[in-house]
Design a protein around this ligand. Structure first.
Ligand code: ARG
Length: 474
């Protein structure tokens, strides 16, 4: 007999049973579901809706079930559809009909919303933790590689030389924004929907704020209809996750390129690469490739949820059950990707020599020659043209700017003097970019310091939220 079987005269069709059930995936929420029920029943007792003895029996029963779940002893069944009814059924098996009082003043609609809020709150903190871990590795490498210079690229063509630290810190900036987004979304995630009932609230004299406080929520939904139909926080979570994956995919792509024989800028550690079953010489960057590939599915989950929610009338509709698998898969994909990316960056070897070679064997200092001419009073547009012609000349002669004699330089622009050789040296070129946020050493160091301060602030935020979570003791 179903928990809702009263008004039914026939058993459920077997195909419906399977199609309708969510237990195969929402069992992921078992801890949250029991935690929420414990808070709910405590509130029912406190408000005098259930007698103390019932509350004690129900709480003890729920705790027993939780212990059994943790020991891996519990079998969930499709017959009881979802995690909420499976737990209720297990409770009644455990303590008898008094277990049927747990659902007083509550609906699965506010219950599932509660579970998902608790789940996303926990995962938001976990993602912040993993991002901070990644950030630490990026900052460590940036500090170590402060004197490593490589060509910076636009259009994947050598553009201007930059410090490798500067390049890495660009990623640190992206991940810093990602952390900021998660921290900001936490406010909205940490809002308690319980007490909304199925749609309109409940006739019982419940205390929503008591439950909210017990579960560590900062506030409650102020509209019961919104409470059961809001999935914005999931869209937001998937959207932030998609952006994190997108950032990881760009970094992955660079690692793949840089570790290729064509670039040889870095070497990935053997422990994080794989071989080919046929070609004995191969060492493949599978992990960055997989991260790059998995970005597609995470972005797909975002679009999928948006499409599910589009034009859904208020309030709860079963369509919303479709919110879970994508979210769970996103969490799994993202935590794995972040953890591995930190390890890969920590263990990679940087080939400074090769990077330097590529800076020297190119025209990455061409802008600097143009700027030099500007400083001699030549309008930039004219200077651009002169250097363009000089580059063309060098290409024909198969040489680089620094290989030209002073006479050759002067035949293009008589203003050029002996000091041009120092001026076009890669280090001078990099050091000349002292504008705020530029690649000169003092600027890169400044950014590094700022990022460290931010990292410490985010760490403090995380510690305070984790302490809060730990104090939720039900
Ligand atoms: N399994 C459902 C879900 O994930 C739980 C809520 C069901 N509510 C209902 N009225 N059928 O959305």
């Amino acid at each position: 007999m179903k928990l809702w079987g009263g008004r039914f005269t026939k058993p459920t069709n077997q195909l419906v049973e399977e199609f309708n059930a969510s237990i195969l995936f929402d069992k992921e929420l078992v801890e949250e579901d029991i935690q929420g029920s414990l808070a709910h029943v405590a509130m029912l007792g406190k408000c005098g809706i259930l007698p103390k003895e019932d509350v004690e029996q129900i709480s003890a029963g729920l705790k027993k079930i939780l212990a059994r779940v943790r020991r891996g002893e519990v079998q969930f069944s499709i017959e009881h559809e979802d995690i909420h009814m499976n737990i209720e059924k297990l409770l009644m098996d455990e303590i008898g009909s008094v277990g049927g009082k747990l659902h007083t003043g509550r609906s699965r609609n506010d219950q599932v919303a509660l579970d998902m809020h608790l789940y996303i709150r926990r995962q938001t903190m976990e993602l912040v933790r993993l991002l901070l871990q990644l950030q630490e590795v990026l900052l460590m490498q940036a500090e170590q590689q402060i004197d490593t210079i490589l060509p910076g690229y636009t259009h994947l063509q050598r553009a201007q030389p930059v410090r490798f630290s500067h390049h890495l810190l660009a990623y640190a900036s992206m991940f810093e924004r990602d952390i900021e987004r998660l921290v900001d979304s936490y406010k909205r995630v940490n809002t308690c929907p319980l007490g909304a009932g199925a749609i309109a609230g409940t006739t019982f004299p419940i205390d929503r704020r008591y439950v909210a406080e017990k579960l560590g929520f900062d506030r409650i939904y102020d509209n019961s209809m919104d409470a059961v139909s809001d999935r914005d926080y999931l869209v937001e979570f998937l959207s932030i996750s998609s952006l994190i994956m997108t950032h990881l995919s760009r970094l992955s792509e660079e690692l793949i390129l840089w570790s290729s024989e064509e670039f040889q800028y870095i070497e990935l550690d053997d422990a994080f690469c794989t071989g080919s079953s046929m070609m004995p010489q191969k060492k493949n960057p599978d992990i960055p490739e997989l991260i790059r590939g998995k970005t597609g599915r995470v972005c797909g989950h975002l679009v999928s949820l948006l499409m599910t929610l589009k034009a859904l009338p208020l309030t709860y509709n079963k369509d919303m059950q479709e919110d879970k698998e994508g979210v769970f898969d996103t969490v799994k994909t993202l935590t794995g990707s972040l953890e591995l990316m930190a390890e890969i960056l920590k263990t990679m070897k940087v080939n400074q020599k090769r990077m330097k070679q590529n800076v020297e064997q190119g025209f990455a200092n061409a802008t600097d020659l143009a700027d030099y001419l500007v400083n001699k009073g030549i309008p930039f547009r004219k200077a651009h043209e002169i250097v363009g012609k000089l580059v063309l000349y060098c290409l024909k002669q198969e040489k680089f700017l620094l290989d030209c004699s002073l006479e050759e330089f002067q035949s293009f622009a008589p203003e050029i003097e002996q000091d041009i050789y120092d001026h076009l040296d890669p280090i001078s070129v990099v050091e000349a970019r002292k504008s705020e946020g530029g690649t000169a050493k003092e600027q890169v160091q400044k950014t590094l310091t700022k990022k460290k301060v931010k990292l410490a602030q985010f760490s403090d935020w995380l510690t305070s939220k984790m302490n809060k979570e730990a104090s939720v003791n039900i």
